[in-house]
Design a protein around this ligand. Structure first.
Ligand code: ADP
Ligand code: ZN
Length: 748
């Protein structure tokens, strides 16, 4: 059953009728046609935005009454009646316009975008009544002997409050058995939970820290923006640890505050990796006394349904989520924060290909909300918008606390070469040793999972590659397997070379974090080590546990991939060693240097966040590269100015527009033919240039052969109509897929 289809019929199904006015209904299906015409039976109310059930090819589908004129020429017999209007808050006009806008901008079928805004069909039914517990009225607690756990559970419930057993146990920090025991003892009695979950209102007047003068000035400016209750974008920059988060939480408080007789509005905070945000959530809790609502892919289906519904009913004042949270049905959105706005995680690369950072600005404009883009190293796109005055810009120049910024030093690997088969230079090894000896923590950063990125045969030179992708297989020694990081293909490590059958000749080449761990284990046998990579930190709970262990000083040495670069605050961490600072510069796409700077700056920012000063060592073969120079000098602004100067003349983004076409087929010749035909049909227009077709760097991905074309245009060219006509001009077999990626971030 496709998403959006229903098993049961709705309770409000009207009787079958043959007449009634027509209306348009958008279905959450990837159909190019957009909305379809249906008939509204007399007496049934279905204003635009209503969620409805309609017949579709012999079954029922859910949809939304859309705007626009039905087709009067469609024969009456073809126009079927609505089956039901669902008991859910209608989709707001601003969300409907957002769906249309995203579809038009990304060249996606509107129904595919609508599907993201209807990702929880179950939430369109009124929530079922659920049982919970409340304090037994008049129960006599005095004189009853209570275990500390039981006493905590009773204290956790307010008078008349109803909580589920699980929620009560979690709030009181007791096992579910304790709750059952209280029920058996007659101290708790069953009661119905309020329908639908309501998230507690964070108290905007709950005191936060006293802001420094510079922070206070930025907070005042942001609060004024939010209080104006209109659209506007502000870029908030500042070095890592300068208090950007504290400042924007002040803006969240302002958003929640009633003003001029109007109630507070909803706030949305987008984080690039919500699963790694345990510390952020702690901060929020400390600032506001309650938890925000969360939105990400790892929620249970019940939490998804409750949260979606709570958002729609205005009962989720603050939503913290991944990019998909943009498509939730906020009735009155007042503020959108995009934290770490430069992160590539905000780009969705599959299905509807969109940038959540850019779409956040659109969502806010349509909702009349303020946007705050936050970063220590903003993207050139955003910086340019600030420089041209489209965005306001607030900057925090000092780190909070007594420690200044960490000192950054490059280690020239040409001079300071590690021993054969080793990856840590003597300088770095010494620095780690000293740091740990002082009782401080050190971190080794390498953005590569597994043991070794390449395995080759010493006898014949054969390299082990993925059967489905243009990619080497990565050894994961802990699991004794080789893995493809693109398609998930995995196989055991063969005992002999699959090509020449020589036994025992397969050799790992290059390091991944597992190999760095192996080296560190030999070098620092007494150090307590932790590896933070997606294999070892599979979810939010593991990330929170790791962060706690580090904060509690149960760890001396942290070894990790980009996971460790995120917004962690580890007060005892004073040394960051970057094992291979050049890694991100290979491949050389448009933003390779910018992105390398961003990730290395962010990982550097983990060092020296409390009293003791921090130190960063970058192992590199090119210490003169502008990225290394910028990190060492700390002059990120000068680096970005150079980046801008490099991109401006060629009309590269943000001084021009790009769109990529990725043509793919399981058949290589078919992919080539389709790419060639598209190349021949390329649009010719002033200020427009088409590059390619060329094999994609990932020429084979999940068994599909891929070719790329790149359309480059001056800024004043509207690329969507060009792209639409271009793709429509070429007739392609069904087995060929053409993916359009407007404003591409990945060039693989
Ligand atoms: P950023 O978001 O810029 O990296 P944070 O807001 O995370 O900075 O602040 C870094 C650390 O300093 C956090 O632990 C934060 O609580 C603390 N901090 C920042 N400003 C203040 C302040 N005015 N008073 C107390 N603590 C502060
Ligand atoms: Zn693969």
């Amino acid at each position: 059953m496709p998403e959006g289809a229903r098993k049961s019929s709705a309770p409000t199904r009207p009787p079958g009728v043959a007449s009634g006015p027509r209306l348009r209904v958008m279905l959450p299906l990837p159909l190019q046609a957009g909305a379809y015409d249906y008939r509204r039976p007399p007496g049934v109310e279905a204003p635009p935005g209503s969620f409805v059930a309609v017949p579709l090819g012999g079954r029922e589908s859910l949809g939304v009454v859309w705007d626009g004129e039905p087709d009067p020429d469609l024969p009456a017999a073809k126009v079927k009646p609505l089956l039901a209007v669902l008991d859910a808050p209608p989709m707001t006009e601003s969300l409907r316009r957002f769906v249309d806008w995203v579809a038009a901008y990304t060249l996606s079928p509107p129904g595919a975008v609508l599907r993201m805004a209807m990702s929880v069909p179950a939430a369109l039914e009124p929530p079922p009544a659920r049982a919970g517990w409340q304090l037994a009225p008049g129960a006599i607690r005095d004189g009853v002997k209570l275990t500390p756990g039981r006493a905590r559970a009773l204290d956790a419930l307010g008078p008349g409050e109803v909580l589920s057993g699980a929620d009560l146990a979690a709030r009181a920090g007791v096992s579910p058995g304790v709750v059952r025991g209280l029920a058996d003892a007659g101290l708790l009695v069953p009661a119905l939970l309020p329908r639908g979950a309501a998230f507690p209102l964070p108290d905007p007047e709950h005191p936060g820290p006293t802001l420094l003068p510079e922070q206070a000035a930025a907070a005042t400016a942001l609060r004024a923006r939010v209080a104006a209750r209109g659209f506007g974008v502000t870029l908030l920059t500042g070095v890592t640890g300068s208090g950007k988060t504290e400042v924007y939480l002040d803006a969240v408080a302002e958003c929640l505050r009633p003003r001029d007789g109007k109630p507070g509005r909803q706030a949305l905070v987008l984080l690039p990796e919500i699963a790694l945000s345990a510390q952020w959530l702690d901060r929020f809790r400390r600032r506001f006394g309650v938890d925000p609502a969360l939105w990400h892919s790892e929620l249970s289906s019940r939490t998804r349904r409750d949260t979606w519904r709570a958002v729609a009913e205005g009962a989720a004042p603050v939503l913290v989520g991944a990019r998909s949270a943009l498509f939730l049905p906020y009735p009155d959105l007042g503020l959108v924060i995009v934290d770490e706005e430069h992160e590539t995680a905000f780009k969705q690369e599959e299905g509807v290909i969109y940038s959540a950072r850019d779409m956040a600005v659109v969502r806010a404009r349509l909702a009349g909300a303020a946007v705050v883009l936050v970063s220590a190293t903003p993207s050139l796109e955003t910086l340019t918008n600030a420089e041209t005055g489209r965005y306001d810009h607030l900057h925090l120049s000092e780190r909070h606390g007594s420690a200044g910024l960490p000192t950054v030093q490059a280690i020239d690997l040409r001079a300071d070469t590690p021993e054969r088969g080793r990856f840590l230079s003597l300088v770095l090894v010494e620095a780690v040793r000293e740091t740990i000896a002082r009782g401080e923590q050190a971190m080794l950063f390498l953005n590569r999972r597994g043991y070794a990125p390449l395995t080759l045969c010493r006898a014949c030179g054969h390299r082990l590659r993925c059967p489905n992708c243009t990619a080497w297989l990565v050894e994961h020694r802990a699991q004794r397997r080789l893995q493809c990081h693109h398609c998930g293909h995995a196989e055991p490590i063969p005992p002999s070379c699959p090509e020449c059958s020589a036994p025992g000749t397969l050799t790992p080449v290059g390091p991944g974090v597992e190999r760095v761990l192996e080296e560190a284990t030999e070098l620092f046998p007494d150090a307590r080590r932790i590896v933070m990579a997606s294999d070892t930190i599979p979810g939010p709970a593991a990330a929170a546990a790791a962060a706690e262990a580090i904060a509690a000083r149960q760890v001396d040495l942290i070894i990790g991939t980009q996971i460790v670069a995120k917004g962690w605050h580890f007060p005892h961490l004073t040394l960051v060693g970057v094992v291979d600072a050049d890694l991100g510069l290979a491949g050389g796409d448009l933003r390779a240097a910018e992105r390398t700077l961003q990730v290395l700056h962010q990982v550097s920012g983990r060092a020296g966040r409390a009293e003791a000063p921090g130190r960063v060592l970058l192992q590199t073969f090119s210490p003169d590269h502008p990225v290394m120079q910028a990190l060492v000098s700390g002059d990120v602004a000068a680096f970005m100015a150079e980046e801008a100067a490099g991109r401006r003349p060629g009309h590269w983004p943000p001084f021009g527009r790009l769109a990529a076409l990725v043509v793919s087929s399981e058949d290589e010749r078919e992919a080539d033919r389709a790419a060639r035909d598209l190349g021949l049909a390329a649009p010719r227009a002033p200020g427009v240039e088409v590059l390619g077709p060329a094999p994609a760097p990932l020429a084979l991905l999940r068994g599909r052969h891929r070719r790329r074309l790149l359309l480059k245009a001056r800024r004043d060219v509207q690329v969507q109509p060009l792209l639409r006509e271009w793709v429509a001009r070429v007739e392609l077999p069904n087995s060929v897929r053409v993916q359009v990626d407007v404003d591409p971030v990945s060039f693989l």
